[in-house]
Design a protein around this ligand. Structure first.
Ligand code: UDX
Ligand code: ADP
Length: 463
């Protein structure tokens, strides 16, 4: 089947950038991204491409090239489903906050709604592609809904997990390590797989396109995220030991990373990993393992999350302890709120939890982040339901530059590794702070020696 029209349900951090790149690389395919959220679609259609709702380096340029040509953003979900031969599902699958599997299993209600809508609307055969990360065997559930509630047309379900990382979404999409496509081994399944391979081969060489059965593909995505997160928890576990023994975690990471079997990437000790995927996917993995009675497997992976929570808590404790065991009424400046640099996404960001801990100690938090709005920060804190919205607004002040945020502060904490932080005039920041002036570098991006020479009391992770 030759694909000329694609629909993507969900205009979020995965759907938006992925479809923008497909549209750019496949001018012969019409790509329509739909979402129920009218504001989000309006933002994607903003005449100024700088105002699109997701910040990713290079994305606004691609959107301005393809939008209106063969890339469209719309709230008319039914029309887009009806017209497309291939439908990507890129809706969110958060951790369940209620009922069975609460706090662990993935909430599939948005996926199910999509499947039901596709079934209702489709009048011709369609290929349905799971882009969102899903528990193993979700494709089976989608197929069952489509086949049992549809209009008698044929559906092929493919699993095509997205491996892009936020902040580098565009380069990851343009040069993926691999494209993974899981599908049925029936002739119809193979035809669907080939149709998707054709789309990607417009810019990805065929030797990087891997095909598997659906279950392997679904589980590979969870496994990849679990392994990546495990590396961070492993180095973070060593960071605590380094602090006790006088070793330096950056030196340890470099030394082990030169072993080609270990590799040097993803070994940066930090205040803890955030983002929408790692915690959610591991919890999901743990839930799946438990549901098969594999308690050792479940406990093994759960430890990655336990370590990550510990690392965040350890960071806030360290701030309190170092500031003479009290931060009440002290101003503590946060540089960064996003879960990593080059994104405006804050989901599960360590900054949220560290701020919450410190506000419990009645610290006043002043934040500067180059891309995150005050509204988003307050929403993040309100979502924890630790205290009233009014209290959060009283304790959290947001500034549009770092120098103002740090003025009169007792301590500065680096929560995100934005490049600009390393370029600041730290002497100027020091001069405007309370003394002694403390710095807690949760990302190890600043030059400790230089800061100590200025007069800062420096605390990094793992040194
Ligand atoms: C991750 C996976 O990398 C990606 O393949 C998948 O599709 C989605 O989940 P993402 O969460 O966007 O991507 O970003 P990633 O670069 O993996 O970072 C996740 C978190 O780990 C961030 O908070 C980051 O700061 C932290 N991290 C990463 C570290 O603390 N140390 C490291 O060495 C690397
Ligand atoms: P991700 O990081 O996985 O892309 P996001 O939350 O950024 O997650 O994006 C998911 C998007 O999917 C949201 O904009 C949400 O409004 C949209 N969405 C969820 N359910 C549906 C649905 N049934 N139809 C259309 N859009 C949906």
């Amino acid at each position: 089947m030759k694909i000329t029209k694609i629909c993507c349900i969900g205009a979020g951090y995965v759907g938006g950038p992925t479809m923008a790149v497909i549209a750019q690389k496949c001018p012969h395919i019409q790509v329509t991204v739909v979402d129920l959220n009218e504001q989000r679609i309006a933002d994607w259609n903003d005449p100024n491409p700088e105002n699109i709702p997701i910040y990713e380096p290079g994305l606004s340029e691609i959107v301005s090239e393809a939008r209106g040509r063969n890339l469209f953003f719309s709230t008319d979900v039914d029309k887009a489903i009806d017209e497309a031969q291939m439908i990507f599902i890129s809706v969110n699958t958060p951790t369940k906050t209620y009922g069975k599997g609460k706090g662990m299993a993935a909430d599939l209600k948005y996926i199910e709604l999509c499947a039901r809508q596709i079934a209702k609307v489709a009048k011709q055969n369609k290929i349905v592609v799971e882009k969102s990360t899903l528990p193993v065997r979700t494709a089976e559930a989608i197929k069952s809904i489509l086949d049992n509630t549809g209009n008698g047309v044929q559906f092929q379900i493919l699993s095509n997990p997205e491996f892009l990382a936020e902040g580098t979404a565009v380069t990851d999409l343009l040069n993926p390590d691999r494209i993974l496509i899981g599908g049925d081994t029936t002739p119809e399944g193979e035809e669907a797989i080939n149709a998707l391979i054709e789309v990607y081969s417009n810019w990805v060489s065929k030797d990087r396109i891997l095909t598997t059965n659906v279950w392997s593909s679904e589980l590979s995505k969870l496994t990849a995220n679990a392994f990546l997160a495990q590396r961070i928890s492993s180095i973070n576990a060593m960071s605590e030991l380094c602090e006790k023994t006088g070793a330096n975690v950056s030196e340890v990471a470099k030394a082990i990373g030169m072993d080609s079997r270990i590799g040097s990437k993803f070994l940066k000790a930090s205040v803890g990993f955030g983002g929408s995927c790692f915690q959610k996917d591991i919890l999901n993995l743990v839930y799946i393992a438990k549901s098969y009675g594999l308690s050792e497997v479940a406990d093994y992976w759960e430890q990655v999350i336990i370590m990550n929570d510990h690392q965040k808590r350890r960071f806030s404790n360290k701030i309190v302890q170092t500031l003479y065991n009290t931060v009440a009424d002290k101003k503590i400046a946060f540089l960064g709120w996003a879960f990593k640099k080059d994104t405006n996404d804050t989901r599960e960001s360590a900054a949220i939890y560290v701020a919450d801990d410190l506000i419990n100690e009645q610290a006043r938090i002043s934040v500067y982040d180059p891309k995150v709005s005050q509204n988003k920060m307050l929403n993040d804190l309100d979502y924890l339901e630790t205290r009233s919205k009014q209290d959060n607004a009283n304790y959290l002040n947001v500034f549009d530059n770092a120098y103002e945020a740090c003025k009169d502060a007792h301590a500065v904490a680096i929560l995100t590794e934005w490049d600009e932080f390393a370029t600041y005039d730290w002497k100027r920041i020091y001069d405007a702070m309370h003394k002694p002036a403390f710095i807690f570098d949760g990302r190890n991006i600043l030059d400790a020696k230089q800061l100590e020479e200025i007069g800062f009391v420096y605390n990094g992770i793992g040194s």
